[in-house]
Design a protein. Structure first.
Length: 332
């Protein structure tokens, strides 16, 4: 499907999703993303609404906690955020990811890699490159043209050659489209952040599709699932924005549509770090779900609940749907 065809489909229909990882219960930051994605779907087309799905992203099984997925679904329901279809679990969809990987291999877009993290660090150290805090080192392309007798550990997407082989498009067209590729740079427009760009080959390098431990990488799984579920709009936290260009490259290589993207503000702790399960973010206190939702709504720039005019949960959600439509769901 071409970019134009994808854009045409998006103007007529809406299929959104919230895709939590079951590594623990929802916290304040993940509720912001959940509420935003739900509101975006419900506010679509003048409030007539689109469809909203939930996908449990449990592909990284060692990090998943038994029972966390069920708890997350219960938390969402307590907040009035109920999906329009039964949730799907990534852990049951390995055959789809394998099929996509095989397609990329046949097309020459994927190759086996023998490098460990230490190999990558050593290659950069030999060139005098350091690593910034919290930043991953770009893959240096060691195995791009062969394993040189070493055993394969993982599979990578050949972003470098893929970008080189793409027909260039002028930047002014890139700025008007959902996405475009110009001068080895992926350009896309985020509905909140505006024009974005990244040189994937230099910023990330050839990225992993299947890990050395045999598990599927997030980038491939999310692209395959978004395509299989006909997702037209992705609303998620701003920390995932830099994943977007890699996913656009995979969408193009697999011949599937590119959704519209909106990345929401992050909730940070007292130390300035993003709230996350990894750094001990507290689980949501849902004894008063309306209060929790009200705090999430304020992060999104939506109206606060007036104490003198206490609303029910459905009334508050309806108010925020209307506010969201004014702020974000203008005609494309």
């Amino acid at each position: 499907m071409t970019n134009g065809e994808g854009a045409q489909r998006q103007t007529g229909t809406y299929q959104g999703r919230f895709a939590p990882s079951p590594t623990g219960p929802l916290h304040a930051g993940s509720l912001v993303a959940a509420l935003a994605s739900w509101l975006d779907a419900r506010a679509w087309n003048g409030g007539q609404g689109g469809r909203w799905l939930v996908r449990i992203e449990d592909v990284d099984t060692p990090r998943c906690i038994p029972g966390a997925a069920e708890l997350i679904l219960q938390q969402l329901a307590t907040c009035g955020l109920v999906p329009d279809e039964p949730p799907v679990w990534q852990s049951t969809r390995g055959a789809l990811y394998q099929q996509a990987l095989e397609q990329l291999i046949v097309q020459g877009h994927a190759y086996p890699c023998a490098c460990s993290r230490k190999d990558i660090e050593d290659a950069h150290a030999a060139q005098g490159h350091g690593r910034a805090r919290h930043a991953a080192l770009p893959y240096p392309g060691t195995c791009r043209h062969g394993l040189r007798g070493r055993s394969a550990r993982s599979w990578r997407f050949n972003a470098t050659d893929f970008l080189k082989n793409q027909p260039l498009e002028p930047v002014d067209k890139a700025q008007a489209a959902i996405f475009s590729i110009a001068n080895d740079t992926v350009h896309w427009t985020d509905r909140r952040l505006g024009l974005q760009s990244q040189q994937v080959a230099s910023a990330v390098g050839d990225f992993v599709l299947r890990r050395a431990d045999g598990l599927w990488a997030y980038q491939l799984a999310v692209v395959v699932d978004d395509a299989a579920q006909h997702i037209t709009h992705v609303v998620r936290g701003e920390d995932l924005a830099d994943n977007t260009p890699r996913q656009i490259l995979l969408q193009q290589a697999l011949g599937v549509a590119t959704p519209s993207y909106l990345h929401t503000p992050l909730v940070c702790g007292a130390n300035g770090e993003k709230l996350s399960k990894q750094n001990g973010a507290a689980a949501l206190d849902l004894r008063d779900p309306l209060q929790a939702l009200g705090e999430a709504a304020q992060v999104l720039g939506l109206p606060a609940l007036a104490p003198a005019h206490q609303k029910s949960l459905p009334q508050a959600l309806e108010m925020w749907v209307n506010a969201w439509a004014r702020n974000y769901n203008r005609p494309p």
